[in-house]
Design a protein around this ligand. Structure first.
Ligand code: GDP
Ligand code: GDP
Length: 434
């Protein structure tokens, strides 16, 4: 959990090539399914059954010549603060630049694990060339070729060995709601509204500062943790890297959260970056609530809400069973409703349906509309069970699992949603041979 690997380094060393290699298989699956735009700079990867997030920091640096060195230095500082592991990538064919010496100086002061990766070691002749990088004083040099993949296995073996272990504390069992969204949508404002409303809020959580992201809320019979992604921005001198910083914070918050409260600015609507956050939450099987904030700024009639909802659902399809709440933090409109909805989504995500109940309902659903025959073969679904785990997952046992296609799977998902209410929660369905 919460393992974020940031790849830093100057342009052209091969960061995005490695990023693509690490995230490739998943990208294909996701793109096929949804056909949506996808952030090319962060994504999920997996090695030996350990999942992690990879960030290609190069994707967040402006091209302009005069800012780029400052931006890269700043990025390295942010990466040290926000990532769990840093890959410092250099190019074996070009040796060391001044900028890279600077980066090494910053990284040497880091408490986070740093892996120096010499890229473009395409053949064994080049291995000894990478010895120059020992002058960074950052330990072992990993020789890889992002292009062919050679050396990446050893690198990943050592990286996952450094993954953080999750520590439990007295708040671990509480629902965790992450407030996420692009800059200026109103994240700090809503957090302040909660804080201002309630003197019982316990902050900071032990061992963290006010600027940290955890806020323990306890009032009106509700108790939960809010994960704030806006907090620190005001303090740090993040100039060139607002987007990078905000993506880092968002990913971290999402990883920790049970439910992601995605805030949108009503005056701009749902944009590409919001959709990326949405899909990241979906892929991570987190609960999702969408808040359309600054609702006070919108001129409305009785159709406006419906129009907004439809426009949003079109953009997030096919996963549209999502609660949408129209808020105004300025006018204190529906902000507690937002929390109630998040609580409901949390409960939906934790819901366990007894096997007998699922079978009663779903076998009838299937009988009414059975899977279409394929190549003259009939698919027979025999029984269904909910698998243990944090997010709702169902196994449908049948004779020919490979013959069930996407549309029928979607039909089953919709029926599960209609009958059992999984609003705001990604539902996973497997077909198993029986
Ligand atoms: P970035 O700017 O650091 O993201 O670098 P890119 O991934 O865009 O790579 C820069 C150039 O180096 C591209 O032309 C890549 O094809 C090339 N490149 C990346 N990895 C390797 C490698 O392992 N070997 C060789 N020979 N070229 C590579
Ligand atoms: P953040 O960057 O997401 O934390 O956004 P802020 O909370 O800093 O809010 C950005 C700006 O939007 C500030 O000027 C807020 O006063 C304003 N704002 C936040 N919520 C609302 C709202 O519901 N209505 C209006 N009109 N303005 C809002």
């Amino acid at each position: 959990m919460n393992n974020i690997i940031a790849i830093v380094g100057r342009p052209n060393v091969g960061k995005s090539t490695l990023f693509n290699r690490l995230t490739e298989s998943r990208k294909a699956i996701v793109d096929d399914m949804s056909g949506v735009t996808r952030d090319r700079h962060y994504g999920k990867a997996e090695w030996l059954n350990r999942e992690f997030i990879v960030i290609d920091t190069g994707g967040y640096v402006a091209n302009s010549e005069d800012v780029f060195e400052t931006a890269i230095r700043e990025q390295v500082v942010i990466a040290i603060e926000e990532a769990s592991i840093i890959i410092f990538m250099v190019d074996v064919t070009t040796g060391i630049t001044d900028l890279e010496d600077d980066i090494a100086n910053i990284l040497r002061r880091s408490k986070k694990p740093v892996f120096v990766v010499a890229n473009k070691v395409d053949n064994s002749m080049l291995v000894h060339e990478s010895a120059v990088f020992h002058s960074f004083g950052l330990g072992e040099i990993y020789n890889i070729s992002s292009m062919t993949g050679s050396g990446t296995g050893e690198l990943l073996d050592d990286i996952i060995a450094k993954f953080e272990v999750v520590t439990e504390d007295e708040t671990s069992h509480l629902p965790k709601f992450a407030i996420v969204g692009r800059p200026n949508v109103g994240k700090s404002s809503i957090i302040n509204a909660f804080l201002g409303h309630d003197r019982n809020i316990v902050t900071p959580v032990a061992g963290t500062t006010r600027d940290s992201i955890h806020i323990h809320y306890k009032q009106f019979g509700h108790e939960f943790m809010l994960i704030d992604t806006a907090g620190l921005r005001k303090k740090t001198k993040v100039k060139e890297n607002i987007e990078f910083y905000s993506v880092m914070r968002t990913i971290k918050a999402l990883e920790e959260a049970d439910v992601c409260i995605l805030m949108i600015d009503a005056t701009t609507g749902l944009e590409a970056q919001d959709i990326n956050i949405f899909h990241l939450a979906e892929k991570n099987r987190k609960g999702i609530v969408i808040l359309i904030n600054k609702w006070d700024l919108i001129e409305k009639d009785h159709k406006t809400m419906k129009k907004f909802e439809d426009a949003i659902k079109e953009k997030i399809a096919p996963f549209t069973d999502i609660p949408i709440v129209f808020t105004s933090v300025h006018e204190k409109q529906r902000i507690f409703k937002a929390i109630e909805v998040a609580q409901q989504v949390f409960e939906n995500r934790a819901k366990k349906i007894p096997t007998s109940k699922i079978n009663d309902v779903m076998l009838e659903v299937i009988e009414r509309y059975p899977p279409p025959a394929l190549k003259g073969k009939f698919v027979k679904i025999k029984y269904i069970t909910q698998l243990p785990g944090i997010a709702p997952t169902f196994a449908f046992f049948c004779n020919l699992p490979q013959y069930i296609k996407e549309p029928y799977k979607r039909y089953l998902e919709n029926q599960l949603r209609e009958n059992f209410d999984f609003k705001g929660v990604p539902v996973t369905i497997y077909f198993r041979q029986k």
